[in-house]
Design a protein around this ligand. Sequence first.
Ligand SMILES: [Zn+2]
Ligand SMILES: [Zn+2]
Length: 182
Amino acid sequence: MLLVHGGEAAADAPVLRTGGVPLVPHGFTWPLCRECGGAMQFLAHLPLDIGAVAVFMCQNDPGMCDEWDAFSGGNRALLFTAPLSPAVVPAEGETLLGAVTALSPHAGEPSEELVLGRLGGEPEWWQNDETPACPSCTTPMTFTAQLEEGRDHRTAINFGGGGRGYAFHCGPCGEAAFLWQR
Ligand SMILES: [Zn+2]
Ligand SMILES: [Zn+2]
């Protein structure tokens, strides 16, 4: 299902969105970049039947933390299945996007410039198929969603300028992963 701009959303809205604050379970700790140690930027809340995937990526030193790679530690995707509430945002670091944007499913063929992502189905790879293997059970992970950067550079996600992000999960293992290509 293609996703298009669904208007602004509240920062803690339990809807499919980019930006705002993550909705997290009790005991959550905000992900830190393995490369630079800084608090990551929250990119997207992706509700699923089994819970929600939260996507984070380091933006404290853009381009220097291997933030495109699924397992280098410059980004983090988390699958939550417990009850969720808004996270406490760290005081330091590039932690939040400049806008909260709801993403709405769109049936049919919207014009390309309106498309902000895709939910489920098959990923549209920009480069080669890089479907990650689950770190727990090693089977190929389930495609969750893909995200475009957004057109306003002041509020867009940084996928290197025109790139595309891909989120995956493994429900049985409670794992999630994220990468981007351009
Ligand atoms: Zn970093
Ligand atoms: Zn697994």
